[in-house]
Design a protein around this ligand. Structure first.
Ligand code: HEC
Ligand code: HEC
Length: 282
């Protein structure tokens, strides 16, 4: 190797090592400010915003929107928006709930979003959620058709006055239909089941091998679930029984601390398929 090349390589390695040491120190000594009360600096804010915009553009390319002008769609979207979105994003004349006001990053006013982003982009964000912001992934709670309903409503939202928004809501039934009513469409898929464990908060209560973040002992460890003869000591451990337990633990063991998390039939089948593979995993 030439002398200059060796010097350049050495400089790079030393710089990288120094950078790594500084980053390590910031983490280890707790110098990084993780509080929600201190906003990101302007450069960090711009960086994250650009990363989000680029990711959304790239990944939503090719999604075709259905007819969003359909009146029934907009009406159902309005109902879903009131049930699931206004709490964080607010609406014309409606402030977000106190917990949403304390979020960092702050949930955007979707009136502005609907003007800036295409329908496919809004559909994609709503379906997938945004990591580390508090924006939930709605695909486990709403069908794709329902998400398009919300997108259709967001298209008309910028044109609504506070009075329009209030009046439209008066004629709508308060509770939106839940996705849990959807029947299962295919056999259980272990990999889809592993993803669903994050989405129903299973990871916050159970230790599950191979699942990042699932190292909690509020409930029993699930590492041997494929081989255990009974579920919670009350149900023989078959895939059908597991799906039933996950959807309604209280009806098999009244008073149990495991909550009913509104797991859909398909997601319950997928999770049961995953638990069946333990301890080895899919
Ligand atoms: C628990 C609070 C919360 C709920 C509920 C929520 N969101 Fe969000 N949402 C956020 C946060 C936080 C962000 C990220 C900050 C940002 O970019 O606005 C976000 C971002 C978004 C964005 C991207 C905004 C942009 O222009 O960057 C869209 C679109 C969106 N949400 C749609 C929805 C829809 C539709 C619903 C209802 C089905 C919903 N959100 C429910 C908190 C929430
Ligand atoms: C708030 C905490 C909590 C959440 C969230 C939770 N569980 Fe549980 N889970 C428990 C507790 C507590 C038990 C023990 C129930 C009992 O025996 O009464 C349990 C029991 C179980 C059992 C039976 C374990 C055994 O040893 O027989 C399985 C399987 C299970 N949970 C899976 C899940 C899955 C999958 C999810 C997500 C859909 C989930 N749990 C979400 C707390 C939780």
């Amino acid at each position: 190797m030439r002398r200059w090349a060796r010097t350049a390589a050495l400089t790079l390695v030393v710089t990288a090592a120094a950078g790594g040491t500084v980053a390590g120190a910031v983490v280890w000594f707790g110098w990084y400010d993780v509080t929600a009360t201190s906003p990101h600096t302007t450069p960090v804010h711009h960086l994250l915003d650009t990363a989000l915009t680029r990711a959304v553009k790239t990944r939503s390319a090719g999604i075709e929107a259905p007819d969003l002008a359909d009146a029934e769609r907009i009406r159902n979207g309005s109902r879903l928006y009131r049930a699931h979105c206004v709490q964080c994003h607010g609406g014309p004349g409606v402030a977000p709930e106190p917990y949403a006001l304390g979020m960092n990053p702050a949930p955007a006013a979707l009136v502005a979003t609907a003007r800036m982003r295409t329908a496919a982009e809004v559909f994609w964000i709503t379906r997938q959620g945004i990591k580390m912001t508090g924006m939930p992934a709605w695909q486990y709670r709403l069908t794709d058709d329902e998400i398009w309903d919300v997108v259709a409503f967001l298209r008309v939202l910028p044109a609504l006055s506070a009075e329009d928004y209030r009046r439209d809501g008066a004629g709508l039934p308060p509770e939106a239909p839940r996705r849990t009513a959807q029947p299962a469409a295919r056999v259980g898929d272990a990999r889809a089941g592993r993803d669903a464990l994050q989405q129903y908060l299973c990871v916050t209560c159970h230790a599950i091998p191979g699942v990042p973040g699932a190292w909690n002992y509020v409930g029993p460890a699930l590492g041997q679930m494929g081989e255990q003869p009974y579920i919670a000591g009350v149900l023989p451990n078959t895939p059908e029984n597991m799906a039933r337990w996950l959807r309604s633990p209280g009806s098999f063991k009244p008073g149990t601390a495991m909550p009913d998390l509104g797991v859909s039939e398909q997601d319950a089948k997928d999770i049961a398929a995953f638990l069946r593979t333990l301890p080895d995993g899919p």
